[in-house]
Write a protein that binds this ligand. Structure first.
Ligand code: SF4
Ligand code: SF4
Length: 248
C-alpha cells in the first residue's frame, strides 16, 4: 500500500490567479499566469513577435564569421607553442630522474642501467654512465603542467603541438620511448634571438677549441714548452787557443 491515496489530484487544484492589468487600468486576471488563461492555444498576435525576433536573430548571426572548425577535414591552425604532447630527445637524456621526481602526477616511468666506459687516458680511471632503457609518460594521468620540460637540465623534453594521439582504451595512453621520440619531428624550431643579443651559452661553449688531454701522472705534457737553454761553459775547462797567424 502506498500513502498517496489521500492526496488530491493535481489537476483538480485551482491554478494561481495572476493580475496582468496595467497600473491604474481595469483589472485583468488570468488563470495560471498565461494570457489565454492556460488553455494552451493563442492568437496569431502572440506568436508573430516571437517568430520575427527569431528570424532577426538568425539573419544577424548569418552575416557573422563562423568559428566552427571542420576538423578532421580541415586541421586547426594552432599557435606554434601549443602544449599538445611531450616529445623526448633520448640522446640528451641522462636518466637523472629529475623529471620523474618533480612530476606532480607521477606519470613518468624511467628505467636505466649503468655502463662502464674504459678510461680515456692510460692509467686513468674507468667511468660509468647511465643507459636509458625505458622512458614512458602516461597521458591518462598527465595534466600538461610542463614541469618536466622546465626542470630537465639536459634539454631532453620538448613541447610538441601534436594532438592526435587519442586512443580507444585508456591503457593505451601510456606512451613509450619510441613514440615519444617520434614526436621530436613535430617540435617547432626555437624562435629567433633578438637582434644584438648574446649567443646562447651552448653555442659559445661549442665554438671554444677543445682542451688538450691531461697528461698521465709523472709524464710531462707534450707541446712546445719553454725553449731549452744552451749548455753552460765549464769554468775549469781551458778555453780553446785560437790558431796563430801562419799556422795551418
Ligand atoms: S607535464 Fe606535468 S604532469 Fe605531465 S608528465 Fe610533465 S610534469 Fe608530469
Ligand atoms: S630530467 Fe631530462 S635528463 Fe633527467 S631523466 Fe628527465 S628527461 Fe632525462
Amino acid at each position: 500500500m502506498t500513502g498517496n491515496l489521500d492526496r488530491p489530484d493535481p489537476d483538480d487544484l485551482e491554478r494561481p490567479v495572476v493580475d496582468l492589468s496595467p497600473p491604474g487600468g481595469a483589472p485583468s486576471k488570468v488563470k495560471g499566469g498565461e494570457p489565454d488563461g492556460g488553455r494552451g492555444g493563442s492568437g496569431l498576435s502572440g506568436i508573430l513577435p516571437g517568430i520575427v525576433q527569431g528570424l532577426a536573430t538568425t539573419a544577424r548571426t548569418m552575416t557573422r564569421h563562423t568559428h566552427t572548425a571542420e576538423y578532421p577535414d580541415v586541421r586547426p591552425q594552432l599557435p606554434p607553442r601549443s602544449r599538445g604532447v611531450i616529445a623526448l630527445l633520448d640522446e640528451n637524456c641522462t636518466s637523472c630522474m629529475l623529471c620523474a621526481r618533480e612530476c606532480p602526477d607521477w606519470c613518468i616511468y624511467i628505467d636505466s642501467h649503468k655502463e662502464e666506459l674504459p678510461p680515456t687516458t692510460e692509467g686513468g680511471r674507468a667511468r660509468q654512465r647511465n643507459v636509458l632503457d625505458r622512458f614512458a609518460i602516461d597521458y591518462s594521468l598527465c595534466m600538461y603542467c610542463g614541469i618536466c620540460v622546465e626542470v630537465c637540465p639536459f634539454d631532453a623534453l620538448f613541447w610538441s603541438p601534436e594532438f592526435e594521439y587519442a586512443e580507444l582504451d585508456i591503457h593505451d595512453l601510456l606512451h613509450e620511448k619510441p613514440r615519444l621520440s617520434q614526436w621530436m619531428a613535430t617540435v617547432p624550431a626555437p624562435p629567433a634571438l633578438d637582434p644584438g643579443s648574446a649567443d646562447p651559452a651552448e653555442v659559445t661553449a661549442a665554438a671554444k677549441p677543445a682542451r688538450p688531454a691531461r697528461p698521465v701522472r709523472g709524464e710531462r705534457a707534450p707541446g712546445p714548452g719553454r725553449p731549452s737553454r744552451p749548455p753552460r761553459a765549464d769554468p775549469q775547462q781551458t778555453p780553446p787557443v785560437p790558431p796563430a797567424d801562419g799556422d795551418v
